[in-house]
Design a protein around this ligand. Structure first.
Ligand SMILES: Nc1ncnc2c1ncn2[C@@H]1O[C@H](COP(=O)(O)OP(=O)(O)OP(=O)(O)O)[C@@H](O)[C@H]1O
Ligand SMILES: [Mg+2]
Length: 621
């Protein structure tokens, strides 16, 4: 007799349950997703003992006929896809036809359902995957599924469940995720008879965020909406100043599905580049709608992972839009004084001029101290502006490389990389007027009924960083000729990538030529990378490009070098400044887009509003 046998159906289902049902929260997820797919706009979840004793999910969706209710518990039974073609254009959250079969194999399961057109309801009960028992009963339109004694017939899995508190937290987190993905649906969560969440239907994403996390967080978020080709996204992103030490507040939804996706999160982090402090993470709630054929959701039984067909495009669009919106938000937050406040600022500065006759030079006049510092360090772009004219700059030692056309998108750099003060901001004076210096470190300034304190080192560091970076990408910084070329042995695919994008590497100051076999000779590198691990950098960029079609590594690396250069060339804490010098620093800061954080992500300025002062002086309570 053959040793090999086909396993019995209930055992197959129990094995499959291992993939779908990891813990009570996975059951809640599958049942909520079924309710959403059934068109429900009210979903009530009731849980006892962290789901170990009971999970029930009641919805007001379309319900099932008695035949379908029985069929739904079979393995590979689904109403959501019929053909392979359907798999490529999935609009529903479920499609594998295995969740109910798997769940009902590992618990005492009860399903009650009724459609609008049915006379009465129908019940199916299954004990740990055994034959179903059915009954008729009165039931309103919709479906209620109850899962009792989860894993009662799987002692090994039961042992792995965590404390009631932990499982409750997982369920709470899961319901929050689903509710954020579908703010139009009412979600009610009761845990051990306590109503812990009651989110009304018909909300928009922002009010849902406010209900879940508090209106203070919601009010500070930056809205970003964008539509391009086959994708559309809308999201709320934290201001860099609101970054957190944990990634708990990061939510990405793709076509209504909460997902964990590296491409999306990398693109978002790239949008925040140089705005976050080390080990700090942005909060985001981002909903992406994309043509279903552009993603593959069938990568994992839990359906929380997706594969994006064109990651490079998504990466570029996301990071560019985000960076643009964050710059704008930073500008709005600190540097746009309303007309009234502007007028008051004008009055205030008149008073000060009378107080210090003849002292402040016009805002754009060069500051002696800055000129000295920058001269000493060999940087020509001495603040304050006017912006350096290219023809006044020293020629780079090697023949100038061709400047990239603005339309070109380097595969390893974001298209908006050169961040120079925008023309509209050049010559702009700050809405803040310097009034003094505190402890040799902070500049005090006032404007628009606000008092601001500027960290002089961080502020100048940000200014220098933008100048150095701008010069580099405008190819005004030099390249370095390696006397002995660096020989790199690369896998054939990486070699091909290198050759394919040769022109782009050249534009950044790299001269790399084939050296026979799989070897490549690095002959020239940007001077800023002279003593750096260039080989490691090139390899990691190629590695990322082969996986994502592009790479942000080069830019991250460059940025780190620019940060160091900026830090060394910036005025120090403890250096006393004259009022005109302080004012010129404020003016330069106002001319930049990313002025509110130093390149390490530390804040450049803090503000104290009149309201806060009035409160402190008990003028208002
Ligand atoms: N709450 C519900 N309301 C109406 N129909 C439901 C409900 N839950 C399940 N069904 C029906 O039962 C079928 C099987 O559900 P099940 O969750 O097992 O598979 P699926 O949702 O199709 O795919 P997946 O395994 O990916 O979740 C569904 O396709 C749907 O037709
Ligand atoms: Mg399902």
């Amino acid at each position: 007799m053959s040793e090999i046998q086909i396993l019995p159906e209930h055992l197959i289902n129990q094995i499959a349950a291992g993939e779908v049902v990891e813990r009570p929260a996975s059951v809640v997820k599958e049942l909520i997703e079924n309710a959403i797919d059934a068109g429900a706009d009210q979903i009530f979840i009731n849980v006892l003992e962290g789901g170990k004793q009971l999970i029930s999910v009641l919805d007001n969706g379309q319900g099932m006929s008695p035949e379908d209710a029985l069929m739904a518990l079979e393995r590979h039974a689904t109403s959501k896809i019929k053909t392979l073609g359907d798999l490529e254009s999935i609009q529903t959250l479920g499609f594998r036809g295995e969740a109910l079969a798997a769940i009902s194999a590992v618990c005492n399961f009860e399903l009650n359902t009724c459609r609008l057109e049915d006379e009465g309801g129908f019940q199916v009960r299954v004990e740990g995957g055994k034959a179903p028992r059915t009954a008729k009963l009165g039931f309103p339109k919709g479906t209620k599924i109850s899962v009792e004694n989860l894993f009662f017939n799987q002692p090994a899995r039961l042992k792995f469940l965590k404390s009631t508190k932990t499982e409750q937290l997982h369920i709470h987190e899961l319901v929050i995720r689903q509710s954020l993905a579908h703010p139009n649906i009412q979600f009610k969560l009761t845990q051990d008879k306590q109503l812990v969440l009651n989110l009304p239907k018909g909300q928009d994403l922002l009010s849902r965020i406010a209900d879940c996390f508090g209106s203070e967080i919601a009010s500070e978020l930056v809205l970003i909406e964008h539509e391009e080709g086959y994708l559309k996204f809308k999201g709320y992103f934290s201001h860099p100043a609101q970054a957190r030490s944990s990634k708990r507040w990061q939510h990405c939804f793709v076509n209504g599905r909460w997902v964990k996706d590296r491409v999306l999160s990398q693109a978002i982090y790239e949008g925040y580049k140089t705005l976050l402090m080390k080990n700090m993470h942005p909060m985001f709630f981002m909903s992406l709608t994309i043509a279903p054929k552009e993603i593959d959701v069938n990568c994992h039984p839990a359906k929380t992972e997706i594969r994006i067909k064109n990651p490079a495009l998504i990466h570029t669009i996301f990071s560019t839009q985000l960076q643009k919106a964050l710059k704008e938000a930073g500008r709005r937050r600190f540097f746009t004084a309303d007309e009234e406040a502007e007028a008051r600022r004008g009055e205030a500065s008149t008073v000060r001029e009378a107080f210090m006759p003849g002292s402040p030079p016009p805002p754009q006049a060069p500051s002696k101290l800055f000129v000295e510092i920058n001269d000493q360090l060999g940087f020509s772009g001495a603040p304050p502006k006017p912006a350096p004219k290219p023809e006044n700059r020293p020629e780079p030692p090697r023949a100038p490389l061709n400047r990239p056309e603005p339309s070109e998108v380097l595969p390893f750099l974001a298209p908006d990389t050169p961040i120079r003060p925008q023309p509209s901001h050049l010559g702009q004076s700050s809405p803040f007027s310097a009034i003094g210096q505190l402890a040799g470190k902070y500049i005090l300034a006032e404007g628009g009924e606000r008092l601001i304190l500027v960290d002089q080192h961080s502020a100048h560091e940000r200014i220098r960083f933008e100048e150095i970076r701008g010069d580099f990408y405008a190819q005004r910084l030099s390249t370095h000729n390696l006397m002995i070329p660096l020989i790199l042995e690369l896998p054939p695919t990486d070699g091909l990538l290198l050759e394919q994008f040769e022109a782009d590497w050249n534009k950044l100051g790299f001269i790399i030529t084939p050296f026979g076999g799989n070897d490549y000779a690095v002959k020239e590198v940007p001077s800023i990378l002279k003593d750096k691990d260039v080989g490691g950098l090139i390899r990691s960029v190629l590695d990322e490009m082969s996986r994502f079609g592009r790479s942000g590594k080069m830019e991250i690396f460059f940025n780190e070098v620019f940060e160091r250069m900026a830090c060394h060339s910036a005025i120090r804490a403890g250096q006393s400044l004259s009022l005109p010098e302080m004012q010129s620093l404020l003016n330069q800061l106002a001319g930049l887009d990313l002025q509110i954080h130093c390149p390490h992500g530390r804040p450049v300025l803090v503000e104290i509003g009149l309201n806060e002062l009035d409160k402190r002086f008990k003028r208002i309570v």
